[in-house]
Unconditional design. Structure first.
Length: 157
């Protein structure tokens, strides 16, 4: 989109962008209309720079970091930390559900867990895409141990 802007880093294409509508002022401070786009980090860049491999790799890394904050990895797959229940409420998997799952296994109940495959971080991590990564797997003692260790890791971190 065309906006009044000035390039502050020619290598990355980072720009300062005018957010108002005072064209005369922007021109007086050396800004010119440039084709810019807002990056995943909220900053403005020359639109052509957002398509570079370097930017796309940064975007993939950003998506992976965000995913790894929302999920943790186990031998069964990735587990969402905040789980939406059927009634619409949310629960923390580790603090609200893990002991109930463990108790069920100890009683001989088969407990199925909703797990996720690792996404392709070059894609947008929309809710629709994340749903395609879901798999239901039976919990086991190894899974419980891994979750307990994740709780310790989170507490220490």
């Amino acid at each position: 989109m065309l906006k009044y802007a000035v390039i502050t880093d020619s290598e990355t294409g980072l720009c300062d962008v005018g957010i108002g509508s005072n064209d005369t002022f922007y021109e007086s401070v050396g800004m010119q209309k440039l084709d810019v786009a807002q990056g995943f980090d909220g900053k403005w860049y020359l639109a052509e720079k957002l398509e570079t491999e370097q930017y796309l790799q940064k975007l993939a890394n950003y998506r992976q970091e965000a995913f790894e904050k929302e999920f943790f990895n186990t031998s069964l797959g990735w587990i969402r930390r905040e789980v939406r229940m059927k009634d619409g409420s949310t629960r923390n998997f580790l603090s609200d559900l893990l002991l109930q799952i463990k108790a069920g296994l100890e009683m001989g109940v088969n407990v199925d867990i909703l797990t996720y495959k690792l996404p392709d971080f070059t894609q947008e991590l929309s809710d629709e895409y994340i749903k395609t990564l879901q798999e239901i797997k039976p919990a086991d003692s190894e899974f419980i141990q891994e979750c307990l260790m994740q709780t310790v890791t989170d507490w220490e971190g």
